[in-house]
Design a protein around this ligand. Structure first.
Ligand SMILES: Cc1cc2nc3c(=O)[nH]c(=O)nc-3n(C[C@H](O)[C@H](O)[C@H](O)COP(=O)(O)OP(=O)(O)OC[C@H]3O[C@@H](n4cnc5c(N)ncnc54)[C@H](O)[C@@H]3O)c2cc1C
Length: 340
């Protein structure tokens, strides 16, 4: 049986960030991921400057390419405006592989199925043993399933459904566009150009709301494709969109049980307004590592539950309402004003 200090299940941003810090501190770390990297991860690939800073990434020397936007074109009902804001896009296929390699951890392709607690160790599939276990396996993380599901159940109303496709495309518009509540969508749709002629188009919506209304996300996708075609943004492309769901920020009281930790989507950390999960995944991965190495308390309840906490949605709404006779209600937050 292979024995290490820490087993990290999942090599996405949460797992690789955690592994990198552990390796740096001298721990022996094994990352198990069921996929061989580079692997496809459905994601619009929007990365905030805050996440880039926390990853200590130099945009210029990143071996692949970042696409940097100085503004986001927002479509909100009948309004269209550009929100000045520096944001980046990456391709997760490249980004996650780079981060995992950079971590310096040993990585094995292994689909984790069974985890046993034996005395003070965790034994994974009867093959790997460690005193510490980090669950960074995303929505269906086996560490969450085994040790946290009962203590920290996920709220159905916080499940986000997505449908998207990333493809090689000579974009006609280099700007990032977001459409909010298009055709009653309880969420938003995106057009995110990537470097080197790639494009990601998709929609994300609250699954429970879609279900209650008896709506199919594919119907919204078809409508969105029509919007993109009419605007001349995507035409004649053969698209094969896929769906994936994950949980937005809910209760995070129980994120550690003995020496087992959960981080990233496994803990359901993506922001409630813009469904941003990369930054919270990185922060939680770093914190889990700090807790293992330095013995600090592992807490996630102070992580921002809204991207608006970094001002993005707030500024968007101020911009949307500027010059209009409509005003943000004074005693209600920006997000409540648009029903988020
Ligand atoms: C369509 C879509 C668009 C999104 N767009 C954005 C965006 O633009 N910006 C943003 O910040 N966030 C976005 N998100 C959210 C973001 O992708 C996630 O929050 C983020 O990837 C979470 O990182 P993670 O490391 O926790 O999990 P993941 O990146 O999902 O990594 C989990 C890893 O665990 C592995 N794994 C799973 N099960 C097992 C198992 N049993 N054994 C071994 N390995 C396993 C998987 O193969 C995977 O590599 C989007 C999500 C979706 C679905």
């Amino acid at each position: 049986m292979e024995t290490v200090d820490v087993i990290v299940v999942g090599g996405g941003p949460a797992g690789s960030s955690c592994a990198a810090r552990l390796v740096r501190a001298g721990a022996s770390v094994l990352v198990l991921d069921r996929a061989e990297f580079p692997r496809t991860k459905l994601c619009a690939g929007w990365v905030t400057p805050e996440a880039v800073a926390e990853l200590d990434l130099d945009v210029e020397s990143y071996p692949h390419r970042f696409n940097t936007f100085n503004g986001i074109v927002v479509h909100l009902k009948w309004l269209k405006f550009t929100l000045p804001s520096v944001q980046h896009s990456i391709r997760r296929f490249e980004f996650d592989d780079y981060l995992l390699r950079r971590s310096g951890a040993r990585v094995l392709v292994h689909n984790v199925r069974n985890i046993d607690r034996v005395e003070d160790s965790f034994i994974v599939d009867g093959t790997f043993r460690a005193r510490h276990l980090v669950g960074a396996g995303g929505t269906r993380c086996p560490v969450y399933r085994t040790f946290f599901r009962e203590a920290n159940p996920r709220a159905r109303e916080l499940q986000a459904a997505t449908y998207e496709h990333e493809f090689a495309h000579q974009w006609r518009d280099e700007r990032c566009h977001l459409w909010f509540f298009e055709k009653g969508l309880p969420g938003y749709a995106w057009y995110v150009p990537k470097a080197d002629g790639y494009l990601n188009c998709g929609i994300g919506a609250m699954a429970e709301k879609l279900k209650t209304r008896g709506e199919d996300i594919k119907r919204h996708w078809n409508h969105f494709m029509g919007v993109l075609a009419r605007r001349g943004l995507v035409r004649d492309a053969e698209l094969a969109p896929k769906g994936y769901s994950y949980y937005l920020r809910g209760g995070v009281e129980v994120v550690r049980v003995d020496n087992a930790f959960i981080a990233g989507d496994s803990a359901g950390l993506a922001t409630r307004d813009l469904c941003e999960g990369i930054g919270p995944a990185v922060t939680s991965g770093h914190r889990a590592a700090a807790s293992i190495v330095e013995g600090t308390e592992y807490r996630l309840d102070d992580l921002a539950a809204y991207s608006s906490d970094i001002g993005l949605v707030q500024r968007m709404l101020e911009r949307a309402f500027a010059g209009s006779r409509l005003r943000l209600p004074e005693n209600r937050g920006a997000r409540e004003a648009v029903g988020l």
